[in-house]
Structures are given as structure tokens and as C-alpha cells.
Write a protein of this length. Structure first.
Length: 69
């Protein structure tokens, strides 16, 4: 399921800023924090990837199992 979001533009006399806001459900699911630094990566003209430089630990603990030979 996607979350449609509008791209916003604020034009000033000498500059412009583009904004894309995250829906609250996505920000909460990703556990974003205020002032967290992320990096945008342009994959192609259809895909823009957000890369998290510091990933918090997963809340789900995974059990390690021993493999049998």
C-alpha cells in the first residue's frame, strides 16, 4: 500500500525550497527521531531512495539456530 504525498515548493525572492512530508504512519513505523540525518539517493527518474545513515536496532529479537551438517 502506498501513501500519496504532494511535493511542495516554497519560492522566495532569491531561493526556493522543495518539501516532501512523511505521513505520520510511515514516520512512526520507521521510528524516525527529530533532527535525524538521512540521505537521499537518486536511483533513476522514477525512484528516490531514502537512506538511513544510523539504523536503530530492531525491536524484534531473532533466535539464532544451529545448523546441522
Amino acid at each position: 500500500m502506498g501513501y500519496p504525498t504532494k511535493v511542495q515548493l516554497i519560492q522566495r525572492k532569491d531561493s526556493e525550497q522543495w518539501y516532501i512530508n512523511f505521513p505520520s504512519a510511515i514516520a512512526q513505523a520507521m521510528e524516525f527521531r527529530k533532527a535525524e540525518v538521512v540521505e537521499w539517493v537518486i536511483e533513476d527518474k522514477a525512484n528516490l531512495t531514502l537512506h538511513r545513515t544510523a539504523v536503530p536496532p530492531s525491536p524484534v529479537k531473532q533466535k539464532k539456530t544451529k545448523r546441522r551438517l
